[in-house]
Design a binder for this molecule. Sequence first.
Ligand code: NZQ
Ligand code: ZN
Length: 386
Amino acid sequence: MNNFEFKNPTKIIFGKDTIKKLTEEIPADAKVLLLYGGGSIKKNGIYDQVKTALAKIDTVEFGGIPANPEYAVLMNALKVVKDEKITYLLAVGGGSVIDGTKFLSAAAVYDGDTPWEILTKNVKTEKGMPFGTVLTLPATGSEMNSGAVITRAETKEKLAMGGPGLFPVFSILDPQVITSIPERQLVNGITDAFTHVLEQYMTYPVGALLQDRFAESILQTLIEVAPKVLKDPSDYNAAANFMWSCTMALNGLIQKGVPSDWAVHAMGHELTALFGIDHARTLAVIAPSHYKFNFEDKKEKLAQYADRVWNITEGSTDDKAYAAIERTEAFFKELGIDTKLSDYTKDYEGTAEKIAERFTNRGWLGLGEHQSLSPDKVEKIVKMAY
Ligand code: NZQ
Ligand code: ZN
C-alpha cells in the first residue's frame, strides 16, 4: 500500500427532512449568497425548504448556473459577491451548482489578474470563502470533495481546479430530493459515480485490500440499487444507498494509498467541452476503449473486478478481464446510456486529433496511473470510441 495523508473536513448531515438543519450550520451574522441552477428547486419544494431555514439570515440569491457551470455566468455571480459584501456561499443543486460555488469561493479571495488563471495556472486554493451545500442530485461527490470543473463556452474549454480550501464546510444530503430528478439525470448519476470508483480502482494491485473492497462494495451497491431507484425514485432506502454511494465514490477515501487513473475523465471532459455531451455519458463513451487499449496494464484489476463485482469466475485472467469490460459496457447500455461518440454526434471526425493536440499544448504528456498515456495514445483511444 502506498503512503498517504487523509483529511476530509466536510460535515455531512444525512437523512430525511434534514434541510431545515441549515439554520444551525450557517453563522447567524453571515451575509449569504444562495446559488442555484435552472430553477428545478423552485418546482420540487427544495427552494421553499431552504428559504424557510434561512428566514433569519441575511440572504441574497443568484440563480441560473447552467449544467457544466459556465465561467461567464459565474463572473456575474462574482460581481454580486463583491457588490453585496457576501461572507458565506450556499450551493443548492447538483455538481454544477456546487462546482460553480467552489469557483466563487476561490475567486472571491483570488488576487491575480483574472480568475480564469485559477483554472489555467492550476492555482491551489488554500483558503476560500466558506460555503455549504444542499445536494439535490447524487452523482459527482462534489458535496464532499475539494475539486471543481468549470466550462468556458467562448473557448470550448472545460478545466478542473481545487485545493484544500475548497471542501464544503457542511453538506446536507436528504435522499428525498431524488423523487423529482428526471431519469436521464438519475442514470447519469449512477454512471458518473460508478466511473469515479473505476478511475481509482482500475489500475494495478498494490496490496491495498481494504481500499479494493471499499471500491468493490460501492460498485456492488450501485449495481444493486440502480434498478430500484429507476423504478421508483420514492423508494427511500434505495435513494439513501444511492446517494451515500455517490458521495463515498469521490470523497477521497477510496483513493488513499492506491494509484489512480483519471484519464477517462480527462478525455471525457473534452467531449463535453466540444459537443456538450452530458458528463457521465462521455465517461461511458471513453471507458470501454480506455480499458481495452490499456488491457495489459490493467488486466489484474479488471479480472479481480470481474470476479468480485460481476461474479465472472470462469476462464483465465485475460478472459475474465475482457469479459469485465464487456459487462461494464452492457451495464451502461442497460441504464440507457449510449457508449459510442457517433451515437451523440455525426461531427466526430477529427475529434481524436483535436483532443491529442489540446493535451500536447497543455503539457499533458503522460496521463494515467503510470503517467505514460501520451497524446498519441489518447488519440487512439478516442478513435476507438467513435
Ligand atoms: O439546473 P437545475 O434546475 O438545478 O436542474 C438540474 C440540471 O438540469 C437537474 N437537477 C438537479 N437536481 C434536481 C434536478 N432536477 C430535478 N430535481 C432535482 N432534485 O439536473 C440537471 C443536471 O445537474 P448538474 O448539476 O449539471 O448534474 P451533476 O450533478 O451530474 O453535475 C455535473 C457537473 O459536475 C462536474 C461535471 O463535469 C459537470 O460539470 N463534475 C464534478 C466533479 C467534482 N466536483 O468532484 C467530479 C465529476 O467527475 C464531474 O466532473
Ligand atoms: Zn465524473
